[in-house]
Design a protein around this ligand. Structure first.
Ligand SMILES: [Zn+2]
Length: 273
């Protein structure tokens, strides 16, 4: 499932390719992804121009002129692929948006996913994105902000960090190496963390996510040009590496159940205190 690094990479590429372009036609073969009937969706989008493309957590925000947003969530693993008149379209797609210059993009969902078109004034009340926390790559996500966010919280650290309402963009893939790097057990209570541990955790979040962004994201996710990222599982520190030696102390990595999800930890470097 794509998390913040993969979405950041694709949103930047989309911003570069489609900014300033005017929507000519839309083909939507799977109405359940949309937030309104297909005909209305097409009519509303047609003729609008892309102002810019950004991302927040696992969502892509395409700002349109005049005053609308196209919000895309890739769900489990949707491919969003750029096309130009000289390139063949992908063999399968459920959504196709073409600009007046005949370039555009297709979307092929694997499972669920959303393409919502909303007036700009409804952005603050849009059910799925309005309550998202700040992304760790946002300028507003400072150490001070992070400390305030964790103050007086009673939750366990992993559950808190993967909750998109607290921080947008971290899921079960990147959380593993973040907690290992910060030397924290996933079930550690936030109230027990020292100031130094919170500072280390803040830097671990930045380091792990930015490292992946630099590598173009995960090796099994495609970017806007159909290229796969360079972050393979062999490059993970502990994530998905049950039985392999811990990169710090060589203790075998173990897989444990944490609520409804699995966690990969070094039992020696990440003891539950
Ligand atoms: Zn270790």
């Amino acid at each position: 499932m794509p998390e913040l690094p993969e979405i950041t990479v694709i949103a930047k590429q989309m911003n570069k390719e489609i900014t300033g372009k005017r929507i000519a036609t839309i083909e939507a073969k799977q109405p359940k992804n949309l937030n309104m009937p297909v005909q209305k969706f097409v009519k509303t989008a047609k003729g609008k121009t892309v102002n810019n493309v950004s991302s927040k957590g696992k969502w892509i925000f395409i700002k349109l002129n005049p005053a609308h947003y196209l919000l895309i969530n890739r769900g489990m693993n949707a491919d969003i692929l750029h096309f130009t008149p000289n390139h063949k379209l992908p063999p399968k797609y459920q959504f196709k948006l073409t600009f007046t210059d005949k370039t555009g993009f297709t979307i092929q969902f694997q499972w669920f996913g959303y393409i919502h078109l909303i007036p700009e004034k409804d952005l603050t009340t849009h059910k799925l994105t309005a309550k998202l926390g700040i992304s760790p790559t946002d300028k507003k996500f400072t150490l001070e902000y992070f400390k305030k966010l964790l103050a007086n919280r009673k939750a366990r650290i992993k559950n808190f960090l993967v909750n998109q309402k607290n921080i947008a963009g971290i899921g079960n893939v990147y959380i593993q190496d973040i907690l290992f790097k910060a030397k924290l057990h996933p079930n550690q209570k936030i109230s027990t963390l020292s100031g130094k541990e919170i500072t280390n955790l803040y830097h671990a979040i930045q380091t792990i996510l930015n490292h992946s962004i630099q590598l173009g994201g995960l090796a099994y996710e495609k970017d806007f040009y159909g290229q796969k990222g360079k972050l393979t599982i062999t490059k993970f520190l502990v994530g998905y590496k049950t039985g392999k030696p811990c990169p710090t102390c060589k203790t075998p990595i173990t897989k444990i159940k944490t609520g409804s999800t699995s966690s990969y930890i070094c039992p020696k470097c990440q003891p539950l205190k």
